[in-house]
Ligand binder design. Structure first.
Ligand code: ATP
Ligand code: MG
Length: 473
């Protein structure tokens, strides 16, 4: 491979090999391979077939517009309207990622869209969105839109339809999300989206103070995209979030929570520190706002990064310094679902527990927290050790060995089916009543028998347990 000069317009880079030139839709020579492996392989394939491509052909090659999306665009174009794929799908295609969904923007009015397709749903017709159903799959088609005044800091009080694509692109949040594409026109990138992808930057379209004042949710989205893509937030965009962080109270906690979850479940969950440094956490998760900027922040964030990609684990990592009760209150306030809250609270309750490397101690721990939480606690503690090692530059094999041993013992206990709950005892309350026990005695005795069986699981046999009852009298 021989890479050479940059080549304007879409920031195309020319690659030359064996005398054959291939245009490459990425501007940075160095970044090409790292950035966009999908493009790279496609270009390589074409080169093997000795193709010489121009810019437009390369971009066309990069955009694998699903057949149905292309069909919708073609139908609207044939009817005399403009139509483009827009937003996240364009961004992801350029980056060589697979888009989650494909949104279409068009000059056709909602009533026109409905005329050209048999099955449609009025998803958000007042905002110009119609869902076109093709073989039971929905595609959102939205009329070019100019947003009216934002009075509540979150939603435009009115919207106006437009017949100019540029109007629709300028209302979008970030430059990387404000590009459109169709096979006829190619890429429309009026706000430097490609350049910002190449520079790995999240930057508002237009003045960030105005854009965040219009809609405060965009502040959360900036951090979420930065974590998902590993991009830096551009300086003015960042300063605007710092300045306007209090506006986040204009956004429903449910929407805030969605963005926080996406951040924590991204490849860079540690970027959630940006919610603290910008001051957003002061308003939405005050209990850890200081911890994530202070001395202990690095440990918490690295633990969050190294733990498995599961929401309760990542939440427990950043809430590690909170008491279980504090965590419950904070997560309730965030409108997190009950199952996640319960799991986080249990992880935080049992994480400080020291467990001896003996089978009775492991059975006792399994009894107290249950198998699922036990395993989650081990995973979190492993991440915490890895974080400490990275901070102190000192490896700690003894702690890993301890956790590995506990896990192996738990696996054995579970595989053998050792009893560690009252439910698994080979004796029931009814048996104890028959034996002559009454009231509170029954529960107390079951607990005592469980203690004995946890110590020695071989005793979990009805006859043996009944025999033991005589000794307990
Ligand atoms: P994802 O991969 O999470 O779906 P996305 O970029 O597609 O990312 P969506 O929330 O699906 O994000 O929004 C689709 C597009 O609509 C965005 O790319 C952006 O152009 C625009 N958009 C969404 N929310 C806002 C907002 N709050 N303000 C301005 N533009 C927005
Ligand atoms: Mg989307």
């Amino acid at each position: 491979w021989k890479t050479c000069q940059e080549n304007g317009i879409l920031g195309t880079c020319l690659l030359i090999t064996k005398g054959i030139a291939v245009y490459f839709a990425i501007s940075s020579q160095k970044g090409a391979k790292l950035f966009c492996p999908a493009l790279f392989f496609k270009a390589e394939k074409c080169m093997r077939r000795n193709f010489v491509l121009n810019q437009r052909q390369v971009i066309k090659m990069v955009f694998e517009i699903p057949q149905k999306v292309e069909m919708i665009i073609n139908i609207l174009e044939k009817a005399g309207y403009e139509a483009y794929a827009v937003g996240g799908c364009v961004r992801d295609s350029i980056m060589g990622l697979t888009p989650n969904d494909w949104d279409i923007t068009t000059s056709a009015l909602p009533s026109d869209i409905k005329e050209y397709f048999n099955k449609t749903i009025d998803t958000g017709i007042e905002h110009g969105t119609v869902t076109v159903m093709l073989h039971n799959v929905g595609y959102e088609v939205t009329t070019y839109r100019i947003d009216g005044e934002y009075k509540d800091g979150r939603h435009p009080s009115s919207v106006e339809f437009s017949d100019r694509l540029t109007d629709d692109l300028c209302r979008r949040d970030f430059t990387i999300n404000a590009m459109a594409y169709n096979n006829v026109t190619g890429l429309v990138d009026e706000y430097g989206g490609i350049e910002d992808i190449n520079n790995r930057i999240i930057k508002c379209v237009g003045n960030p103070i105005e854009r965040f004042t219009e809609d405060a949710l965009r502040m959360m989205r900036a951090i979420r995209f930065s974590a998902q893509l590993g991009f830096t937030i551009e300086a003015d965009t960042f300063k605007a979030i710092e300045k306007l962080n209090r506006n986040i109270d204009k956004v429903s906690m449910e929407r805030v929570c969605v963005e926080l979850k996406k951040t924590l479940l991204s490849d860079n969950p540690d970027y959630c520190s940006l919610y603290a440094t910008t001051g957003l956490f002061n308003n939405i998760l005050p209990v850890i706002a200081d911890n994530l900027t202070g001395r202990y922040a690095k440990k918490l964030l690295l633990t969050c990064k190294y733990t498995d990609n599961e929401l309760p684990l990542r939440l427990a990592a950043i809430l590690f310094v909170c008491s279980p009760d504090e965590a419950r209150t904070a997560l309730r306030n965030l409108r997190m679902d009950n199952k996640t809250i319960d799991t986080v609270v249990k992880i935080l309750t049992y994480a400080p527990l020291h467990i001896d490397e003996t089978e009775p101690a492991v059975r006792e721990a399994l009894h107290q927290c249950g198998r699922d939480i036990f395993m989650l606690v081990i995973i979190l503690q492993r991440a915490s050790i890895k974080a400490s090692e990275e901070i102190t530059f000192i490896s700690n094999p003894a702690k890993y060995n301890h956790l590995n041993k506990l896990q192996r013992m738990a696996d054995d206990i579970l595989e053998r089916g050792d009893c560690f709950t009252i439910k698994d005892l080979d004796i029931t309350g009814v048996d104890l009543i028959e034996y002559g026990l009454k009231g509170a005695e029954i529960g107390n005795t079951l607990n005592t028998l469980l203690d004995i069986v946890i110590e020695n699981p071989k005793l979990n046999d009805k006859a043996t347990l009944i025999a033991l009852l005589d000794n307990l009298k």
